[in-house]
Design a protein around this ligand. Structure first.
Ligand SMILES: C[S@@+](CC[C@H](N)C(=O)[O-])C[C@H]1O[C@@H](n2cnc3c(N)ncnc32)[C@H](O)[C@@H]1O
Length: 350
């Protein structure tokens, strides 16, 4: 059962809070682009000092600081007229590279806002929006959001949860990551298992190009990136196939599952990482669900509808629906092996 509807005053408070948050998110991006959070991380400052540190215009910085302090994203001490970052504020806004660092979400949001006319038009036409047609901030936001999570969880938590997999990959083996985007998971696995060969496949040529350049820059050589659809990626005899936060974006996830099955060794494993969700719509009525359904409406559903079949699972499909897709694709042994605050991890074996 959903909670009782809020009365008008309560609802007004909730919605205005959300809208204020949407503006704040935009200013998080502006602040990050101008180096304001990192500059404030160097120590307490008023707007004159911060503007000088960051090389930005003082009047804008002054208003930005007021907005961020009103949002609770920075701290203001009226006794000395200075702003600063608490340890929690620094972790979320100034210390890049951990899953706690949130400005990359503002990249995604900026990209989605730029794409609003396309999204509005799609509601009328019913057509999809291919990944290739999205604003550039969506690609960089996606990479920046997923790379730290992948670094924190994939190698140390998710792969060890799969039956016997890490031992196999230490000795060698062949891995494919499908819907690999800019290659964060591929590069992380290649570095962790230097004796294995890791292939990354994605429909989006721009992401594949970016992934190749990143791997070359990092000197990671046991990887190969190719433009390919999930239903048609080349090769077989894979020990492990992974799909990280991409199955629900695919037009034909059942077709993808069938293709993965035939590409695996008979004793191979498929790992599917998907956004955390409960099975029942009403059990997702919380902040996570609000965010995920909104992103799914604007991005994931539109990508899936742009492809063959257009199943449009949505980013909150829930474990039962996901398992049924895997089973339809011919997998018989399916287990939920891990989860964190944002993701569930399924292991599927033929
Ligand atoms: C949400 S992004 C996730 C990217 C990456 N796995 C990550 O975690 O950063 C989804 C990716 O799936 C890719 N994709 C969508 N449909 C696909 C399909 N049918 N075949 C291959 N890739 C697909 C998109 O191009 C996009 O790069």
């Amino acid at each position: 059962m959903s909670a009782a509807p809020l009365d008008r005053e309560q609802l007004m408070g909730k919605v205005m809070g959300d809208f204020a948050g949407a503006f704040s998110a935009l200013l998080v991006r502006v602040g990050e682009q101008n180096g304001l959070f990192k500059a404030l991380g160097q120590g307490p400052a008023d707007s004159v000092v911060l503007a000088a540190r960051a090389g930005a215009a003082e009047r804008y910085v002054r208003e930005w600081l007021s907005a961020m302090a009103a949002a609770g994203y920075v701290t203001y001490d009226p006794a000395i007229g200075a702003f600063s970052l608490s340890p929690a504020q620094a972790a979320l806004f100034a210390e890049e590279g951990t899953p706690f660092y949130l400005p990359p979400f503002a990249d995604l949001l900026a990209g989605v806002y730029c794409d609003e006319p396309k999204i509005t038009a799609a509601f009328k036409s019913g057509e999809g929006i291919p990944w290739n047609d999205r604003h550039g901030c969506v690609f960089c936001g996606m990479e920046r959001c997923s790379r730290p999570t992948t670094a924190a969880f994939l190698v140390d938590w998710w792969l060890p949860a799969l039956d016997g997999l890490t031992e196999r990959l230490k000795a060698g083996g062949k891995v494919a990551d499908i819907g690999c985007g800019r290659g964060g998971a591929v590069i992380a696995m290649a570095k962790a298992f230097p004796n294995a060969t890791v292939h990354g496949f994605d429909l989006h040529p721009g992401s594949i190009e970016h992934a190749r350049a990143t791997a070359a820059e990092m000197g990671v050589t046991n990887v190969r990136f190719e433009v390919a659809a999930a239903k048609a990626f080349p090769g077989d005899g894979y020990d492990l196939v992974t799909i990280v936060d991409a199955l629900h974006d695919m037009g034909d996830p059942v077709g993808a599952a069938r293709h993965v099955r035939q590409a695996l060794k008979p004793n191979g494993t498929w790992m599917v990482v998907e956004p955390l969700a409960e099975d029942r719509l009403e059990d997702n009525f919380n902040i996570r669900g609000q965010l995920a359904y909104a992103a799914s409406t604007c991005i994931c559903t539109a990508v899936s509808l742009s492809q063959e079949v257009g199943l449009a699972l949505g980013a909150q499909a829930g474990p039962t629906r996901l398992k049924s897709v895997l089973a339809e694709g011919g997998f018989t042994r399916i287990r939920r092996v891990a989860e964190n605050a944002n993701n569930i991890v399924l292991e599927a074996r033929p």
